[in-house]
Design a protein around this ligand. Structure first.
Ligand SMILES: Cc1ncc(COP(=O)(O)O)c(C=O)c1O
Length: 498
């Protein structure tokens, strides 16, 4: 960057000019990318080796013009990016980001606030606190509740389980688990459909992976509360210390919501921490029509909700909300290093977010969520979410019309699961059936027309179709169904010819 040595002002001028020039170029790139989304293949056909070749360059000793680097971005990065923002992306909980939220991210980068301490992010920290208040209100928490933004649902679940652990074993934070003297093992309960982050949490918090009890689910993949009660009683009888029940509101594989009210009752009965992983399904809270599914969430001690899932902001932004307020998080995480001392006498400390969770330096992530929520309002979110759920029911209906397709579970959010089970493969056994689901997913992926994942439900593989994008319309759903019909028929012909 050309920088004058004469005055600071002219250095800033040069910075401003550079932003203007690059900003125009980047705006054009983003706008072109967005315009082409509907027509572009959903994913690249290149292998990791092919892409490695494109970036196999030595450490740059001299600089390159920004324009040339942006050109490289257009030429080699964009064509091999997964088109997650596409209306034809029916994959994991990855949304099309709202334009305002994308640009809010750029604004957050330009301000480069460090939200660890209030002094280094005065307006940003207050906005984060306001946003957390809004999210708490949304799920029905009272005025004393608080929380913290996180890098995503995994970190939010970790923060929640740390609070749960510390409540069950009060000295664990300072003296370690053994010294804390909890009886037997500390045990966490979640459904066998729980997100894998709970397994990592159990390990990181020193509980051990084996002490996450994965409780059986019913035929629609909700946690079975009779099995949960039985597991808790068994652990108590064996001398262990039940610590936490984690319910799912929008399970990763199925999108279904556990019976939260009943889980809250069981947690109260046994004196356990009750956490709700609403990383995805928290979005239901926006809709008067669908929020009933979350009944009981307001009784949870803590709730994970990910704005980077059903709130359409770019990665990465999760949130952990705590019913009894910031004190709970401060008890778990607060610390005062010499260089972050409390010089103002306490008022600002309330907004030092490094005291409320694991993160130190923190990006101004609240900005994109705050802007998005102000822009759409609760009603705007409700409209999109209701439309997506309706569209998922439409997809389910279309799949029901397809020969040899069998739906699995029910639609509770914007997620629908299905298996392709022609008689030939039905007779061939479970392994062949599983292989067929993977083969069909691969065929559609290679067509470039759509992308979705597969998952395992009650031990058997199924296709997992999720309406993620607010761009998705019925015609995209029709195209997806046509791809499934065509590719499954081809697969069947090939198998019959063997
Ligand atoms: C239900 C649920 N919880 C937690 C997570 C973890 O969230 P993240 O990937 O943001 O860490 C996911 C991710 O898909 C999820 O589906």
């Amino acid at each position: 960057m050309p920088v004058s040595m004469h005055s600071n002002e002219s250095r800033s001028d040069a910075l401003g000019a550079e932003h203007e020039r690059l900003g125009r170029a980047v705006t054009a790139l983003i706008a072109d990318y967005a315009r082409a989304l509907d027509q572009t293949d959903i994913c690249s056909k290149a292998s990791p080796k092919d892409i490695e070749k494109l970036f196999d360059e030595p450490l740059p000793k001299t600089g390159t013009d920004a324009e040339a680097i942006l050109e490289k971005f257009s030429r080699d990065v964009v064509p091999h990016a997964m088109n997650i923002p596409s209306p034809r992306y029916f994959g994991l909980f990855n949304p099309t980001p709202l334009p305002l939220a994308v640009w809010a991210d750029a604004l957050a980068s330009a301000l480069n606030q460090n939200g660890a301490v209030w002094r280094n992010s005065p307006s940003a920290s207050i906005i984060e606190a306001r946003l957390l208040r809004w999210l708490c209100e949304l799920i029905g928490y009272g005025p004393e509740s608080f929380g913290t933004l996180t890098s995503g649902g995994s970190e939010a679940n970790l923060v929640a389980l740390k609070c749960a652990r510390d409540r069950a074993a009060r000295d664990a934070r300072d003296r370690g688990l053994r010294a804390a003297g909890a009886s037997g093992n500390l045990v966490v309960y979640a459904s066998e459909q729980c997100h894998y982050s709970f397994i990592k949490c159990a390990d990181i918090l020193g509980l051990g992976r084996d002490n996450l009890r994965k409780v059986a689910t019913d035929e629609l993949f909700h946690i079975r509360t009779d099995a949960l009660r039985e597991a808790i009683r068994r652990d108590l009888a064996e001398g262990h210390t039940p610590c936490c029940i984690a319910g799912a509101a929008g399970a990763t594989s199925t999108g279904v919501v556990d019976p939260l009210d009943e889980l809250a009752d069981i947690a109260a009965e046994f004196g356990l921490w009750f956490h709700v992983d609403a990383a995805y399904g928290g979005g239901l809270a926006f809709s008067d029509k669908h929020s009933w599914r979350l009944r009981g969430i307001e009784r949870a001690d803590s709730v994970t909700i990910d704005p980077h899932k059903w709130m359409f902001v770019p990665f990465a932004c999760g949130a952990l909300l705590v019913r009894d307020g910031g004190r709970v998080l401060r008890d778990g995480f607060d610390i005062t290093p010499e260089y972050l001392s409390d010089e103002r006498g306490g008022e600002d400390v309330e907004y030092d977010f490094y005291r409320y969770g694991q993160l130190g330096t923190r990006r101004f992530n609240a900005l994109k969520v705050w802007m998005a929520l102000k822009h759409l309002g609760v009603r705007g979110y409700a409209e999109i979410i209701e439309r997506q759920i309706e569209l998922t029911h439409y997809l389910a209906g279309r799949l029901d019309e397809l020969e040899h397709f069998e739906r699995v579970g029910e639609v509770e959010t914007a997620l629908c699961c299905v298996r392709f089970l022609p008689p030939l493969v039905r007779e061939a056994g479970v392994d062949a059936q599983d292989e067929l689901q993977k083969a069909l997913q691969q065929r559609v992926e290679q067509s470039g027309e759509a992308w979705f994942a597969t998952t395992v439900l009650h031990g058997r593989r199924a296709l997992r179709l999720n309406i993620n994008s607010f761009l998705t319309e019925p015609r995209h759903v029709d195209d997806l169904v046509e791809s499934l019909r065509r590719e499954s028929a081809k697969l069947l012909d090939e198998r019959e010819a063997l």
